[in-house]
Design a protein. Structure first.
Ligand code: PHE
Length: 375
């Protein structure tokens, strides 16, 4: 009787261990802001990533297994990003992690990945600090010192501006970083930054800062923030009579940027980003077609980048022939001339991708291709 009892316990134990291991699946984690102020960032990237997973699974999977994606919502909060990344690693036992879009949250999640030796690939975080965390953290996009050069060149050579103002979000690592790099670059190209003003993400009234900016008579305003605030800033700038062009970085990109009154306020403004949907390249147009078929709307930069982040990670796992963390990260580091939907991707020694940027113009609420700037 005793023997039978212990036998039964052993059978149950073995069964539950093998179930937990889901040995026919490769578990990949993802953390994004699916709710909260910046929800379009998370929704666009999870859509793009799911497309990559679906394609790999439909064409036979990875190392003979299916990829299973476990996605958590960090609600747009750095602290929550750390919590869900911890959960992905400790409870779900994922082999690698994709996320986040926003640099502040990638820094917080990246530190957890690094200390647990779990490879992480961020699709879209551009602040240099993200991959500087350590050798388990990678990105498939360019970094902000380059983005600052792109917009400094554009302001100097295309818009012919000599005196500009900067309005930055002090609660956002991406924004403060990009503002600093821009001031340095624009000045080194002979321009003058006449005033730098600050706000905190979520603020609703920017009149004091905009009035201070207006009194310095700049020829343009660089606003390295997220779409959530940029629309309101533009509306209020026009209300107090600022007619000069506004320009910014990839954080502007969202279908929500030009909603309502922001559409007119942002007419003739510019921002740099990772991809233009006007690009006739068959890879770009093919992705747009697939994305539209599945989700019924146009992809944005984050959808493209998350798709590439997934594909680069899956390729690395394939080349590694294993789900061992060290092998995956070594293969990620070797990524070279990968043909992605955001262009050809090579990961450099700092674990960053070296790629061109595009500048888009806002015309009638749409983002229209203006120029490409090579690294
Ligand atoms: N680059 C931004 C950051 O690092 C995130 C972002 C990427 C936003 C692409 C929009 C589009 O925070």
């Amino acid at each position: 009787m005793k023997k039978l009892f212990f036998g039964l316990i052993a059978v149950i134990a073995v069964f539950s261990v093998s179930c937990n291991k889901s040995s026919n699946e490769i578990l990949i984690g993802e953390y994004e802001s699916l709710t909260g102020a910046e929800a379009t960032f998370g929704i666009s990237s999870t859509n793009g990533l799911n497309l990559a997973v679906e394609e790999i699974n439909n064409s036979g999977g990875l190392l003979g297994k299916k990829i299973k994606l476990i996605t958590y919502d960090d609600q747009g909060k750095p602290q929550e990003a750390a919590t869900v990344v911890q959960r992905l690693i400790k409870q779900d036992n994922v082999v690698a992690i994709i996320g986040e879009v926003a640099s502040s949250r990638s820094i917080s999640g990246g530190q957890i990945c690094q200390s647990n030796k779990t490879p992480m690939v961020t699709p879209a975080s551009t602040n240099p600090e993200v991959t500087a965390i350590g050798d388990y953290v990678y990105r498939v996009c360019f970094i902000d010192p380059f983005q600052a050069t792109v917009m400094s060149k554009f302001a100097t050579n295309t818009l012919k501006l000599k005196k500009v103002a900067v309005l930055k979000d002090v609660k956002n690592a991406y924004s403060t970083g990009l503002a600093d790099f821009f001031v340095k670059e624009f000045t080194s190209m002979g321009g003058q930054v006449v005033v730098v003003q600050s706000y905190s993400s979520g603020d609703k009234d920017f009149k004091a800062q905009l009035t201070a900016i207006k009194s310095e008579n700049p020829e343009g305003i660089f606003i390295p923030g997220y779409y959530t605030d940029v629309g309101l800033i533009a509306i209020q700038a026009r209300e107090i009579g600022i007619t000069q062009p506004l320009f910014g970085g990839d954080g502007w990109e969202s279908e929500k940027l030009t909603e309502g009154k922001a559409k007119d306020a942002l007419e003739g403004s510019f921002f740099s980003t990772h991809v233009s949907t006007d690009n006739p390249d068959p890879m770009v147009q093919g992705f747009i077609k697939k994305y539209k078929e599945k989700y019924g709307k146009m992809p944005d930069a984050m959808s493209f980048l998350a798709y590439d982040a997934g594909m680069i990670l899956f390729e690395a796992i394939k080349r590694a022939g294993s789900v061992e963390a060290d092998k995956i990260k070594n293969e990620l580091a070797k990524t070279k001339d990968f043909k992605g939907v955001t262009g050809t991707i090579t990961i450099n020694e700092q674990r960053n991708a070296v790629k061109p940027a595009v500048v888009l113009e806002i015309k009638n609420g749409k983002f229209v291709y203006k120029e490409t700037v090579q690294p």
